[in-house]
Design a protein around this ligand. Structure first.
Ligand code: AMP
Length: 145
């Protein structure tokens, strides 16, 4: 699947939103849902997705969803910074397989970075320990303002 195609309601993030697949939740409000990436590229790698959306990527998203979604991304990114005190925060988003996209429900990556610590592999590193993810999620959630 790439830039063209239909939204697949069986994608893993849709299942997470419906409670049909597990996740380590960080935060949710009316518009967005944030959870820990299970193949993190750094400690604290968090994903933010729109709750009411069938956009596979950013280019497809309804304009009225974009505003609340980006506010949610900023809110969670600020909490990641406050909780983990990184030297930098990378925010990324991929559209189509050629760009690196592997899950086709729109999402933003919030990836804290530390000086001298290389970025882990995208969507292909080792699976994180669930208890460690839960502890990180709690730290981040505690800093949501
Ligand atoms: P992308 O390649 O931009 O589509 O990103 C998909 C992201 O979802 C990758 O960083 C994966 O590590 C992550 N991922 C895949 N499956 C899950 C899952 N079940 N729970 C949390 N993160 C996931």
């Amino acid at each position: 699947m790439s830039l063209d195609g239909a939204y697949d309601p069986a994608n893993i993030f849709a299942k997470i939103l419906r409670g049909e697949a597990p996740c380590v939740r960080v935060f949710e409000d009316e518009h967005v849902f944030a959870f820990m990436d299970v193949f993190p590229q750094s400690k604290g790698h968090t994903l933010v997705i729109p709750k009411h959306s069938t956009a596979r990527n950013f280019l497809e998203e309804e304009p009225q969803v974009v505003g609340p979604l980006m506010l949610g991304v900023q809110r969670v990114a600020r909490a990641v910074r406050a909780a983990l005190k990184p030297d930098g925060v990378m925010i990324s988003q991929f559209n189509g397989a050629a760009s690196g996209q592997t899950v086709y429900h729109l999402h933003f990556h919030i990836i804290p970075r530390w000086d001298g610590v290389p970025l882990g592999r995208h969507a292909g590193g080792g699976m994180a320990d669930k208890e460690e993810l839960k502890a990180l999620a709690a730290e981040i959630a505690a800093k949501i303002a």
